[in-house]
Design a protein around this ligand. Sequence first.
Ligand code: UDP
Length: 452
Amino acid sequence: MEEEKKQHRLLLMASPLEGHMTPLLNLAHILFSKGFSVTILHTLFNSPDPNSYPHFSFHTIPDGLSEADTLDAVHLTDLINIRCAHPLKECLPSLLSNSPQPVPCFISDAALHFTQPICDELKLPRLVLRTGGASSFLLFASFPLLREKGYLPVQESRLEEPVVDFPPLKVKDLPKFQSQDPEAFYKLVCRFVEECKASSGVIWNTFEELESAALTKLRQDFSFPLYPIGPFHKSLLTGSASSASLLTPDRSCMSWLDKQEHNSVVYVSFGSIAAISEAEFLEIAWGLANSLQPFLWVIRPGSIRDSEGLEPLPSGFLENLGGRGYIVKWAPQEQVLSHPAVGAFWTHNGWNSTLESICEGVPMICMPCFADQKVNAKYASSVWNVGVQLQNKLERGEVEKTIKKVMVGDGANEIRDNALNLKEKASACLKEGGSSYCFLDSLVSDILSLAS
Ligand code: UDP
């Protein structure tokens, strides 16, 4: 079996968005550790640094993108689907024929739906990597139905209405994207779901025990095989987990964390895309200050609209806190979350951040911004009960109240216990005989059977 695997090469194509690239590279590491050779195909925009991945081969697909094309994630993804089609069609036959080993399949990010018809033409099986959760995918797959029933597009007057068939979601929890063209998000989602159905299977960065209801429903509704083999970053025992970070993490925050009390720090980060207004920024700052908890806050360049850096902060803001607050442009997030001083993660609930928090047993303060984040936040706060959603307006009093609720309130111990229980499950599923361990074995043997 081991020898047979070494004779195969996998081609994996990544979306350039950070929250997509990191899990794809982690999946590549996992499959490499199972004996496959790996070639990563990627756009010119946000291309990974091959020097960081000496075991992989890389191939650039020209994308013709300009700086302006990259500002809106939906528009960017649409353009990649259009502009990379011809270059991929041109290079794929020679990548296949020049490969020293046979290529049993092509693996692509779900958002890159253009790859399915190209693989079909070449009779090359395509597996999909879905970097989000299974529960949000179930909603994506129901978009036409949700539209038919009048839930989509989301109407302000119906926000508190429950979405029938999707408890505990309310209309306000449905995925939404503030795109230049609101219809574009709907169309992109429908298209990528369709091409998932045409694929040979979907690989998920989740685990059975976390999303069993959604995975069961997906198995009933769809015929493609499902491989929930996550959490990817924890399945790499060798410490080879990737972070395709475009920004350099500021590790100075780790020694600041060392000086803080156990479970006392609120870690605040809204991922690689979300942006807030200057007014929201100030409410966050004062809410953190008034909570009296120490905080580590990631303020990414460009994450405050119409502002370059920290200038909206009142002068002397940090100094007046006497070392209780620490701000970085980018943090080594996985390390931060595993630090014993961190007591809560104020997150936008991107899927990677949600999963990373779960894996470290850190309770969440949920402030979803767009796309699947609202679904993830609802699951974290109302299904897994490992967090609290910031309700209503982003306002300093509300922030202070929510931080206290998660850190020291009556229900804080229960949330922490739930988070620790889920952490145990996230770890157990990767051990021999665990659900993700077994699904990975099936994935490997299914890939090999595609070759024969
Ligand atoms: N991240 C990081 N340092 C930071 C903030 C985020 O390394 O200061 C990483 C985080 O660990 C996660 C990714 O960036 O893997 C963000 O992905 P997610 O799906 O949570 O959100 P997105 O950026 O796609 O909105």
